[in-house]
Write a protein that binds this ligand. Structure first.
Ligand SMILES: Nc1ncnc2c1ncn2[C@@H]1O[C@H](COP(=O)(O)OP(=O)(O)OP(=O)(O)O)[C@@H](O)[C@H]1O
Ligand SMILES: [Mg+2]
Length: 288
């Protein structure tokens, strides 16, 4: 439905943020993973038609979406990474304002706004000015405005930043329900956010697509390449130098070090079940 072909973006300072990036998207959740500066926000802004690529093409249902950005704008819900609100408006007023910009009115607008406020658990704060909202509450207003108007394409750039654990779970559930019949593109640095909801994960590095796979495929690729070893505290630095460590925990019997590698490498290491976080770390290692 959405075809991204050979997108390249060079900023005026000379940075190449996207480098011949191609991807085909159908309905479901696509998770974008990549280190700071990988090009995730650049890619999402271009698809959201707020930024023009240097070259390449985007087709939506077969039509040229760079020549006709309105085709995407009509069906888009977008939460930018640097989302801002009008401080003096209440949550309801702000959502009504954005809903009108999306072409909603009358009862459809009123019901839509009320439904979104429920979805993000903000009904009790609906009549308060946004100036008094916490960071996580603002983020939830951002999520609500992105989902308003039943968009076919939902692009959310680090939507879970600032959410408490309970609200993160809530957002994840919301997203899986929402994904039916639409395209959802989500970037995050919290790998576990994607474990249950992403149909596919795209790993981006230096503006290039390194890997695209289902969470299950990433996990099975990592199987047999994740190990644990228990070492004395004074050997820790040596281990950290030798292998890519994914976590460290201090316990009574020593320091438990979890690492990814092609082979056990360190004497005494045993293979353990990979998590998606391990799998992502491994993908980055392989791409480096
Ligand atoms: N407006 C801009 N002008 C010049 N360079 C930019 C601009 N926006 C981004 N860049 C550069 O483009 C590259 C990609 O940035 P981008 O924001 O797309 O990365 P990202 O993957 O979203 O990173 P993060 O995880 O930190 O949000 C970086 O090197 C960044 O410095
Ligand atoms: Mg970004």
């Amino acid at each position: 439905m959405l075809q991204i072909e050979e997108l390249t973006k060079r900023y005026s300072g000379g940075t190449t943020a996207l480098d011949s990036f191609s991807l085909e998207l159908g309905t479901g959740v696509l998770g974008l993973l990549g280190p700071n500066g990988a090009g995730k926000t650049t890619l999402m802004s271009i698809i959201a038609t707020v930024l023009r690529p240097t070259s390449g093409s985007i087709r939506w249902k077969g039509e040229d979406a760079l020549a006709r950005p309105d085709l995407i704008r009509r069906v888009l819900g977008y939460l930018p990474q640097d989302f801002g609100v009008y401080e003096r408006l209440t949550a309801t007023e702000f959502l009504c304002y954005l809903g009108r910009l999306k072409g909603l009115s009358g009862r459809g607008l009123r019901d839509g706004v009320a439904e979104m406020l429920d979805l993000v658990n903000l009904r009790p704060a609906a009549s308060r000015p946004l100036a008094g909202f916490s960071g996580g509450m603002r983020q939830r207003v951002g999520i609500a405005q992105a989902l308003l108007g039943n968009p076919e394409i939902v692009i959310v750039d680090e939507p879970t930043v600032g959410l408490d654990p309970e609200e993160r779970v809530r957002f994840r559930n919301l997203l899986s329900e929402l994904a039916h019949g639409r395209i959802v593109i989500l970037s995050t640095h919290i790998v576990s956010d994607l474990e249950a909801v992403a149909d596919r994960i795209a790993v981006i590095r230096q503006g290039r697509l390194v890997r695209i796979a289902t969470p299950g495929e990433l996990l099975s690729h990592a199987a047999g390449r994740v190990f644990r070893v228990v070492v004395d505290a004074d050997r820790l630095a040596q281990v950290q130098k030798a292998v890519a460590v994914s976590s460290i925990s201090r316990k009574a019997d020593g320091v438990h070090v979890r690492f990814v590698a092609e082979s056990p490498t360190i004497p005494g290491a045993t293979a353990i079940e990979p998590t998606l976080e391990d799998a992502y770390l491994l993908t980055n290692l392989e791409a480096a």
